[in-house]
Each structure stands twice: as structure tokens, then as C-alpha cells.
Design a protein around this ligand. Structure first.
Ligand code: C2G
Length: 457
């Protein structure tokens, strides 16, 4: 008798799950299905699981393919189950390709092709349907989005679009997606769109996606003009669509805890913010060669502007940029100073000059400090006048951390109409305004900087 085992969450049970179980059963004579517990999903960072364990087990049972159902509670369990149940074949969907090869010493490992297109008709009848996402752009961040989306229940990334078909096909093959040549077909087959194309193309893609009735998450900086941000948010609101600017820090649990601690008044009134994010980039990379849309501020500015917007709001009295430019005139290091009625902020970004990447929030009773990489906040300290009094806080930040914004986006889609707060429209619009001001002051029309290779203020 050939014994087969497979595992999964099986949340919002759909035809991808059904087909997987059917083929798993066909691999042998006896199929064991491990269904993950809530606490295991939590521990492995799978977010947004909706159905209870009992419902998920019931759904697996109803397929009639499982000869036995067990629950999966911990990381090392697969190995011990294989021994305990004398398993011949371990199988799982191809979205996990390669990741369970370590079991090959103990049984056969088979990756079954995942079901690419979950038709929405079967799922629409349900209260919460699976959101089918299409990705625009195929760069590094798009790849990260793919691996993170797998950790959020209730979304299926199904397709990709890139005006360059070769790139689209390569990405589609790597992530087992459909690549569309015609963007109309692409829009037609998804519920929501993730935009990770070059900055300057965001605005047109957002508009088109919204006009096709699609919800949108767009990578930062979402757009580079205040009026464009206002326009797209207005359109989304009027048409009852969700538009998210994907600044991952804004959605991560550690940063939220930090906001909660600060807003609880522990450090008194916040008066000063310092935030720094530098990343030494290869001079040949787009970020340091694209004279129109490269440079440190466009690349990293969104991160450091976030705490300023959160603590001081969008109504600053003044903003001033000081940049150090590389030989081609692009800013390789930028300091931005804000003055507000009750406080000041200095935020720094760099692609060609390295500095300590920390976040400091100073208040009238104490300060909060987060070391690098504060933009992936997982640990912070609260300090007071008494140097012996230090409070320490931790929160998980898993892998690339995009799962938090995907999960938040999803709950917003399912909640219908609940107001945004993790990153508000007003904050996102104000950031676009600051990007615009930077472009006006630091870039000439042709995209090059006025004073090449010199320090300017
Ligand atoms: N699946 C599929 N096609 C889809 C979606 C999922 O074939 N469109 C497969 C997955 O590859 C997996 C199974 O269905 O084999 C269950 O998927 P999930 O419920 O998403 O569970 P997952 O998070 O993949 O759990 O220990 C848990 C396992 O490691 C995997």
C-alpha cells in the first residue's frame, strides 16, 4: 500500500485545494491530510486565516479524498509524521517547489502543479471570496511580493503584466503565473492589481486599473505629484475602490506598536524626529543612473517621511532639502528638514553615503529609539531621564514584511468601507506633494541636476 501525505491550511476552500487533494490521492492508495492549526499558522506567519480549524477540516473531509485527517501543529512535524505513518510520498503544490527537498532522504517528494486560475464564479457566492491579484512589473520587489503573498490567506496571485513580453514570460515561469500580452485581458481576469513598475509609470497604471474597476496596491512612491495623488484617491473613493500605497513599514506590527506607545503619552509630547535610511547601491544600478527618476530621495524618501507624517501630520510650515550629488548630478544623499508649529524633523536618505539607520522620536518626557533596520521595526526601546529606566518592546517582522500590507489590503477589501488609518490618503497625498517639491527644487526639466558633482543646499 502506497501512503501519501500532504499539508495545508485549506482556508476558504477552493478548487485549487480540491484539485491538489484529488491528485494527491491518485498518487497512492491511502491519503493523509494535515490541516494546520491556528497557532501554527500564526507561528509560521500565515496571516488572515478566516475559517476555523473545524471548518477547514470539514471541508477537506467533504472532498472524500482524505483517508485520514491529522492536524499540523509545529515546524518539525512533517518529518516525524513521515516516520510515524510510514509515508512513501510527501506531496504539496508547486508554489513550494524545492522547499521540502530536505524530506527526500525519508520519502519521495512530489510537487504538484498549483492551480493557476481560481475561477471566481465558484467563490463569489461565498461571503469572503478569494481575491485574484495581478502583478504589473517584474523587478526584485515584485518577486518579494510573490513570496509574501503566499503567506496571506484569501489572495491568489494569478497573473503578471509587463510591456516587455520576455520579462513577463520569465517572471510568469518563475512564479507559475499567466503572462498576458494584452493589458485588457490582464485586467479582465483579476480583482486587484499590485503595481511594482518604474515610479514614473505608476500614475497611468493606477488610473487604468481603477477605471477597470480594480482595487490597487501601488509601490512607493505611489505618484510624484500631489494633484495626481488627489485625483486617483478621489476616483477610487467615488467608485468604491481601494487604493493603497505600499510603504511596508506603515503596515508592520512593530511600527504600530511604536505608534501606540508614543501616542499613549509615555514620552510626553513629541517634539523632534530623526529618521535615517541609507543603502549603498551599485553605481550601475537604475537607482543611481536614471537621471529623471533615480536618486536617494525618490528611492527611499517614503520610508523616512512616514514617521514625520504620523507624528506631526501633513501640515508642515516649511520643508528644506540638502543634497549631495554624484557625478551625474543625481542625489546620493539627501537631508530633509521640516518645521512644524510644535516640532522639527530631520530625515536622511542615502544611496551613495552610509549613515546609521535609526529612528529617534524625542518627547518632553523621554524618547523612543529604533536601531537599523527601523523600517522593519521588530524591536525598540523607550528611554527616560533616569538612564536606568529603559522599556523594551519586540514584535515579529517576518521575511520581506510585505505580507502585512497585503493582509491589511485584503481585510479592507472584505470589510467594505472601513476607514483607512495605517497609512491615510492625506498622508499619502502629502508625501506625493513632498516628492513633487523635491523634483521641482532638485531636478531640472531635462531630468539632470543644476550643479553636477557639488554639494548644494
Ligand atoms: N494549492 C494549489 N493551487 C492553488 C492554491 C493552493 O495547488 N491555487 C495547494 C498548495 O500548494 C498546497 C495546498 O493547496 O499544497 C494547500 O494550500 P494552503 O491552504 O494555502 O496551505 P499552505 O500555506 O500552502 O500550507 O504545512 C503547511 C504547508 O506547508 C502548506
Amino acid at each position: 500500500m502506497v501512503k501519501v501525505i500532504t499539508y495545508g491550511t485549506f482556508d476558504l476552500f477552493h478548487e485549487g485545494h480540491y484539485r491538489l487533494l484529488k491528485r494527491a490521492k491518485a498518487l497512492g492508495d491511502y491519503l493523509i491530510v494535515g490541516v494546520t492549526t491556528e497557532s501554527f499558522d500564526k507561528a509560521r506567519g500565515k496571516l488572515n486565516v478566516i475559517d476555523s480549524l473545524m471548518t477547514r477540516i470539514e471541508n477537506v473531509k467533504r472532498t472524500g479524498f482524505a483517508d485520514e485527517i491529522i492536524i499540523e501543529e509545529s515546524v518539525g512535524q512533517k518529518f516525524s509524521d513521515i516516520k510515524k505513518y510510514h509515508i512513501d510520498i510527501f506531496t504539496i503544490g508547486s508554489d513550494w517547489e524545492g522547499q521540502f527537498d530536505y524530506l527526500k532522504d525519508h520519502c519521495k517528494v512530489v510537487y504538484l502543479e498549483r492551480t493557476k486560475n481560481i475561477s471566481s464564479t465558484m467563490l463569489r457566492a461565498k461571503k469572503r471570496k478569494i481575491q485574484r491579484i495581478g502583478v504589473i512589473g517584474t523587478g526584485r520587489i515584485a518577486g518579494r511580493f510573490m513570496s509574501e503573498a503566499r503567506s496571506v490567506s484569501g489572495v491568489e496571485v494569478q497573473s503578471v503584466y509587463n510591456p516587455h513580453p520576455v520579462s513577463a514570460l520569465k517572471f510568469a515561469e518563475q512564479w507559475d503565473l499567466d503572462a498576458y500580452r494584452d493589458i485588457e485581458d490582464f485586467y479582465h481576469n483579476v480583482d486587484a492589481v499590485y503595481i511594482a513598475s518604474p515610479h514614473e509609470t505608476h500614475y497611468e497604471y493606477i488610473k487604468a486599473a481603477l477605471e477597470h474597476g480594480k482595487n490597487v496596491i501601488c509601490e512607493k512612491p505611489m505618484v510624484l505629484k500631489k494633484s495626481e495623488a488627489e485625483e486617483v484617491y478621489k476616483y477610487a473613493k467615488e467608485h468604491d475602490l481601494i487604493l493603497y500605497e505600499g510603504i511596508k513599514t506603515a503596515y508592520c506590527p512593530g511600527f504600530h506598536k511604536l505608534l501606540g506607545v508614543a501616542f499613549s503619552g509615555r514620552i510626553g509630547a513629541v517634539r523632534n524626529i530623526e529618521a535615517c535610511f541609507t543603502k549603498l547601491e551599485n553605481p550601475q544600478n537604475r537607482e543611481l543612473t536614471d537621471l529623471a527618476y533615480g536618486g536617494s530621495f525618490l528611492e527611499l524618501g517614503s520610508y523616512v517621511l512616514l514617521p514625520v507624517m504620523k507624528f506631526f501630520g501633513t501640515e508642515y510650515e516649511s520643508v528644506r532639502f540638502e543634497t549631495i550629488n554624484g557625478d551625474n548630478g543625481l542625489d546620493i544623499f539627501t537631508k530633509t528638514s521640516f518645521r512644524y508649529p510644535n516640532g522639527i524633523a530631520t530625515v536622511t536618505v542615502g544611496l551613495g553615503v552610509k549613515a546609521e539607520g535609526r529612528l529617534l522620536i524625542s518627547g518632553t518626557q523621554g524618547y523612543i529609539v529604533v536601531g537599523a533596520p527601523w523600517w522593519k521595526t521588530s524591536y525598540f526601546e523607550v528611554h527616560y531621564e533616569d538612564p536606568n529606566r529603559v522599556e523594551k518592546y519586540t514584535e515579529p517582522f517576518l521575511d520581506f514584511g510585505l505580507r502585512y500590507e497585503i493582509s491589511d489590503f485584503l481585510s479592507k477589501l472584505n470589510a467594505n468601507g472601513e476607514e483607512d488609518f495605517k497609512l491615510t490618503r492625506e498622508e499619502s497625498i502629502a508625501m506625493a506633494g513632498i516628492m513633487e517639491k523635491f523634483m521641482e527644487e532638485e531636478r531640472k526639466i531635462d531630468g539632470t541636476n543644476a550643479s553636477v558633482g557639488t554639494q548644494r543646499s
